[in-house]
Write a protein of this length. Structure first.
Length: 177
């Protein structure tokens, strides 16, 4: 398949969306995919405030209208009152994929005990995999390293474009045919 994969990159932050500080999470995700993906892809970046309805509308737009096979969010996964990214994700997905959040928390707990406070989740909407990541660039890389081996095959299973990774960096799992 030679289709160019579209990947939504959503930063959820009141302050970054208001211009109070620079978004670091979205660029960290983009840099990660630039490093590990070898198949053609394009980023569809979005920066939204911590507002459940706005996040949900953005996820729907990226999935249904923009045709993204993968949407990755950063931010809004903690326990604070304004942290509503997992709830917005649950509002729009059709199939929860709890293993993603479980693995990301497990990997993060090896680094920092407060990782138990993180509420990352994932799920499928149509032909789109949506994955919530934490907000810190270092944690983004650690979490993506953990789940990226499963993402290309998940995209295959939901009939998305074929994603290839640099095997020296990420060994994507696909069953032997």
């Amino acid at each position: 398949m030679s289709a160019i994969a579209r990947i939504g990159i959503v930063t959820v932050s009141d302050r970054a969306s208001a211009g109070v500080y620079e978004d670091e999470g979205g660029p960290a995700i983009r840099a990660y995919f630039e490093r590990v993906l070898t198949s053609p892809w394009e980023a569809v970046p979005c920066l939204v405030p911590d507002d459940r309805e706005r996040i949900a509308r953005t996820l729907i737009d990226l999935s249904d209208r923009e045709g993204c096979c993968l949407v990755v969010t950063t931010g809004g996964t903690g326990p604070a009152p304004r942290d509503v990214t997992p709830e917005a994700t649950q509002d729009v997905i059709e199939k929860p994929m709890p293993g993603f959040g479980e693995l990301m928390r497990q990997v993060s707990l090896a680094k920092v005990p407060t990782a138990i406070l993180s509420r990352q989740t994932a799920g499928i909407r149509g032909r789109t995999l949506i994955v919530n990541l934490p907000g810190r660039p270092r944690a983004i890389g650690e979490c993506l390293d953990a789940v990226m081996p499963a993402i290309p095959y998940c995209i295959d299973l939901i009939e998305g474009p074929y994603l290839e990774t640099d095997p020296a960096l990420i060994q994507a799992f696909r069953p032997k045919k």
